[in-house]
Design a protein around this ligand. Structure first.
Ligand SMILES: Nc1ncnc2c1ncn2[C@@H]1O[C@H](COP(=O)(O)OP(=O)(O)OP(=O)(O)O)[C@@H](O)[C@H]1O
Ligand SMILES: [Mg+2]
Length: 185
């Protein structure tokens, strides 16, 4: 098959029970991230996108409460000294950007937020309703889709999809980080 890129890897499918478990899963993913990463958070109203962001922020060492950015569009949280990357290959993250594009009408408005440029300056961005923004943000992103499962109010299926080369090398570490929540497929 030569040197052509292979197909994108299978999504990782996890399940959590209760908000605290979703925060724990997000906390486990945070240390794998690097400046420039954009995570697209998808799922219906109340699926747990902001809850995920809270855990993720905790994993970067942010102690400030993380609240929904629905009306502010983008909130910025400075990262303390607790997210030093791995000291060798992964540079430190200085800022967490938390955006919610629910209220924006079109892709141009999302592009105008400039998240792609902002993350280049030492930040990671989490984007609620980010799946709709995939055409402008999705290159090399990680998509986290949360969904209620019907019978149990506290249960969520969390489907994590990586795309592009930047996650390829981190894929084994990502799988290991969420392993305890993976559902057999
Ligand atoms: N397993 C779970 N994971 C995440 N949240 C859960 C879980 N079980 C129950 N919940 C509850 O579901 C709600 C999720 O709300 P949250 O604000 O995180 O959703 P959201 O996807 O950001 O919604 P919105 O679309 O309004 O921004 C919270 O009240 C949380 O406590
Ligand atoms: Mg939210």
């Amino acid at each position: 098959m030569g040197l052509t890129a292979g197909p994108e890897p299978e999504p990782l499918v996890a399940a959590t029970t209760g908000a605290e478990e979703t925060r724990a899963l997000a906390r486990a993913i945070a240390p794998l991230c690097a400046p420039g990463d954009i995570l697209l958070l998808a799922g219906d109203l109340g699926a747990g996108k902001t809850t995920f962001a809270q855990g993720f922020g905790g994993g970067l060492g942010i102690t400030e409460p993380i609240t929904s950015p629905t009306f502010t569009l983008v909130r910025q949280y400075p990262v303390g000294i607790a997210a030093p990357g791995d000291g060798e290959h992964r540079p430190a993250i200085h800022t967490l950007l938390h955006a919610d594009v629910y209220r924006l009408d079109n892709l141009q408005e999302i592009a105008d937020l400039g998240l792609g440029e902002l993350v280049e300056d030492g930040a990671v961005a989490l984007v609620e309703w980010g799946d709709v923004a995939e055409p402008v943000l999705g290159d090399g992103s990680l998509t986290v889709h949360l969904a209620a499962t019907g019978d149990d109010d506290d249960r969520r299926l969390i489907t994590i999809t990586t795309s592009g080369g930047s996650w390829q090398g981190r894929r084994p570490a990502l799988r290991a980080a969420v392993e305890q929540w993976l559902v057999a497929r």
